[in-house]
Design a binder for this molecule. Structure first.
Ligand code: PMP
Length: 289
């Protein structure tokens, strides 16, 4: 595998970053996870917009324009022939001192890894996922905004630990007001009849790119799609619940807090949207070759 670091491609064993990088020392940096399907990078522009917004929010100056970054992603995919894969784009604060001060760090480091991902076993896409709501609350929006896709994922990891310790693979995180925010690495949707609901961004959800694509597809298909504050009651009484994310794509949820969701299998709306998503993903994006 060839790894991109600051404009150069390195063999995996030579791809190295300093132990003084604040990305490592403090989780100070931002990232994106991007998919390639059928030889194209899916929603590249949207991911880059979000990356640059995350960077701006933490006063991190990415040493490349968006256009250059786009070319760097395509170049790394090409070098690795990542035609159906997963790209991890990371920008760290760079090398600094052992103190927190980000302004004494040298230049930010740009890292691109083009690889593969299988977040959940294939069978779970047919059988559906079991979730629990957990005690770890999503960061307060004025603490670390959930819209900053930062390298500091401890909030989400703490929730994931609770889920795994409870015997399931994924957690639903509530916000400090008790409303549903999102899963640890995915957005959440609730279906009731022809209504589709997902928590608003202010409730502590990352503005997921898959989320936005799914909202668009659902609206096209005639569903009434809206952002709405959701409580656990809404999850427990839903016809269907599903998660969306770049790595997970669209996955049905069949159990929450040991309660059966809907009919206990991924429902027709979830399957219809997953099919529409797959069709779109296979036919759009920035060509790699
Ligand atoms: N929420 C969180 C916390 C995430 O890390 C992600 C990305 N894995 C998502 C939601 C889904 O966003 P996207 O569809 O852009 O991947």
């Amino acid at each position: 595998m060839k790894i991109y670091i600051n404009g150069r491609l390195f063999a995996e064993k030579d791809a190295k970053i300093s132990v003084f990088d604040h990305g490592l020392l403090y989780g100070d940096g931002v990232f994106e996870g991007i998919r390639t399907y059928n030889g194209r990078v899916f929603m590249l522009e949207e991911h880059l917009h979000r990356l640059y917004r995350s960077a701006k929010a933490i006063t991190l100056n990415i040493p490349l324009e968006k256009d250059g970054m786009s070319k760097a992603v395509v170049r790394t995919c090409k070098a690795n022939r990542t035609l159906n894969g997963y790209v991890r784009l990371v920008v760290t604060r760079g090398v600094g001192t052992l103190g927190l001060n980000p302004f004494v760090c040298s230049k930010p480091q740009v890292i691109i890894i083009a690889a593969n991902i299988q977040l959940y076993p294939k069978k779970l896409y047919e059988d559906g996922l079991k979730l629990v709501t957990v005690g770890t609350l999503r960061n307060h929006t004025e603490s670390v905004s959930p819209n900053i896709k930062s390298l500091n994922y401890l909030n989400n990891i703490m929730a994931k630990i609770e889920a795994i310790n409870a015997g399931v693979m994924e957690a639903i995180m509530l916000n400090p007001q008790g409303f549903v925010a999102e899963a640890t690495g995915d957005n959440i949707f609730v279906v009731k009849g022809d209504r589709l609901r997902t928590p608003p961004i202010w409730a502590g959800a990352l503005e997921g790119i898959t989320r936005n694509v799914v909202m668009g597809l659902a609206a096209e298909q005639g569903y009434d799609v809206r952002e709405e504050t959701l409580t656990r009651y809404d999850l427990y009484t839903a016809d269907e619940v599903f998660l969306t994310g770049t790595a997970a794509e669209i996955i049905g949820v069949v159990e929450i807090d040991r309660r059966i969701v809907g009919k206990g299998a991924p429902g027709p709306v979830t399957r219809r949207l997953a099919n529409a998503f797959r069709a779109l993903a296979r036919s759009t994006g920035v060509p790699i070759l």
